[in-house]
Design a protein around this ligand. Structure first.
Ligand code: ATP
Length: 422
């Protein structure tokens, strides 16, 4: 039996809209027509390269797989999607919606070129021309503007690691209500580690702040846990509906593990830190012995960890921004070998008082009793490796939160919940 794979992108504009909402409404139409069982797995929310200049917010694209009777069925579904986009999208500014679709007979053998195109779109900047060439090769059809890039990329999402997001929507004409931190705390405790990035200290992280119709989103490695937490909050805060997506969020799929600095791509460099300079705003400019420079913004919260790190061997990764000379916008740092040693004066052997240095002679003098002597200094190596991640409130969609370490791949073994859209 054939399957229709259909992807969409670029349906939101500066003042509103959200591509996840378009897909949600599309799914609701299928359900109204009694086609729920034709939807294969869960609809997919794929985040693409976070450094592309044309994105409005989180660079999301969406796709869905539907079991169909014959190829001619596909046309009806595509027309439905097309008319939904036409009705809902304000074509202002950069907004340039696109649809990609293809009919396949075997979901286990997705064309390698399509998978490659997805991976490239998550890590690099691709051209419209490349999207058209790949589409030709894999027999996909592209309809619309620049959005066809993300739409096609989403069709090539064959996950080796994945997560889920429960997204609840609010009525269009109502303000987004503030979600009570106590609700989030209680559910965070009850569902951890199968949900993540719910809170940062006393800050609720599940609510967006933009003009989109999203009320909140619960992310996690288990669809059942995001469902339980999300369903409670959706009822309490009057959501008009909700859906669970399979996503590539939190999987670090955007990391390329190459040292080369190419604009708008992720780079991963290893070297000895020769200097860390803090500017008056508290941002840290890190220089490595290979001459590479990386900028850790203060709001990432990792600058403090870099104090006294000269001489440390470190792995630094992030996105390359082309401001003047290419610099790395730091997403994370792993100190592999910490060379920092703390040197302290011993206490006075006579009275236990603090001792001070007497200059070049190497002698120490007790500040309390005046005792003088040549005593060895106390040398304490910090001797630890550490991982410096941004604070939870600064995570971008694709970055892997530390709570997820060890849970990679788990999501793919999770059965589809009976209830996944409402
Ligand atoms: P959202 O708000 O839904 O999270 P976004 O608003 O940030 O996403 P889009 O409106 O989806 O971003 O616009 C991103 C545009 O960039 C789309 O047209 C998409 O096709 C295109 N795009 C995405 N990834 C790439 C890439 N790697 N190279 C080139 N173009 C890309």
């Amino acid at each position: 039996m054939p399957y229709l794979m259909i992807g969409i992108d670029d349906t939101d504009w500066e003042g509103g809209g959200c591509t996840t909402y378009v897909m949600y409404l599309f799914v609701k139409y299928l359900i109204k027509d009694g086609l729920t069982n034709n939807i294969v797995g869960l609809p997919r929310l794929t985040r693409l390269n976070p450094y592309v200049p044309f994105k409005t917010r989180g660079n999301a694209s969406l796709s869905i797989i539907i079991r169909i009777e014959s190829e001619s069925d596909a046309v009806n579904y595509v027309e439905l999607m097309y008319s939904l986009i036409d009705q809902m999208v304000k074509r202002v500014g950069k907004t340039s919606p696109g649809i990609a679709y293809m009919v396949v007979n075997d979901l286990l053998n997705i064309n390698e070129r399509l998978i490659w195109f997805y991976r490239k779109s998550v890590r690099d900047v691709v051209t419209l021309d490349l999207a058209h060439r790949v589409a030709d090769k894999v027999n996909a059809r592209l309809v619309g503007g620049r959005g066809v890039i993300g739409a096609l990329a989403s069709l090539g999402f064959v996950p080796v690691d994945a997560t889920y997001e429960f997204i609840a929507y609010r009525p269009e004409d109502e303000e987004r209500p503030a979600i009570d931190i106590n609700d989030v705390k209680a559910w965070d405790e009850a569902t951890r580690p199968f949900t993540f990035l719910n809170l940062y200290n006393d800050q609720v992280l599940i609510e967006p702040h933009g003009p989109d119709p999203v009320l909140f989103g619960i992310r996690g490695d288990s669809p059942h846990h995001v469902l339980t937490m999300g369903n409670y909050l959706a009822n309490k805060y009057n959501a008009i509906g909700w859906i669970i997506y399979l996503t590539n969020q939190g999987t670090e799929e955007h990391r390329s593990h190459v040292g080369e600095f190419i604009p708008y791509r992720n780079a991963d460099i290893t070297g000895v830190i020769t200097n860390v300079a803090f500017d008056d705003k508290g941002h840290a400019l890190i220089t490595l012995d290979n001459g590479r420079k990386a900028l850790a913004y203060r709001h990432l919260g990792i600058s403090r960890e870099l104090m006294n790190c000269d001489g440390c061997l470190a792995q630094v990764w992030g996105g390359v921004k082309p401001n003047g000379d290419l610099s790395l916008y730091v997403e994370g740092i792993r100190v592999l070998h910490d060379r920092y040693v703390e040197v302290r004066n011993p206490r006075c052997p006579m009275c236990g008082g603090p001792m001070e240095s007497m200059g070049r002679s190497g002698l120490l003098r007790c500040k309390r009793c005046g005792f003088q002597g040549k005593l060895p200094r106390i040398i304490t190596p910090r001797n630890r490796w550490f991982l410096a991640n941004p604070r939870a409130s600064e995570y971008r969609h694709l970055m892997k939160p530390s709570e997820r370490v060890g849970l990679e791949g788990l999501a793919l073994y999770m059965p589809k919940p009976f209830l996944w859209v409402y």
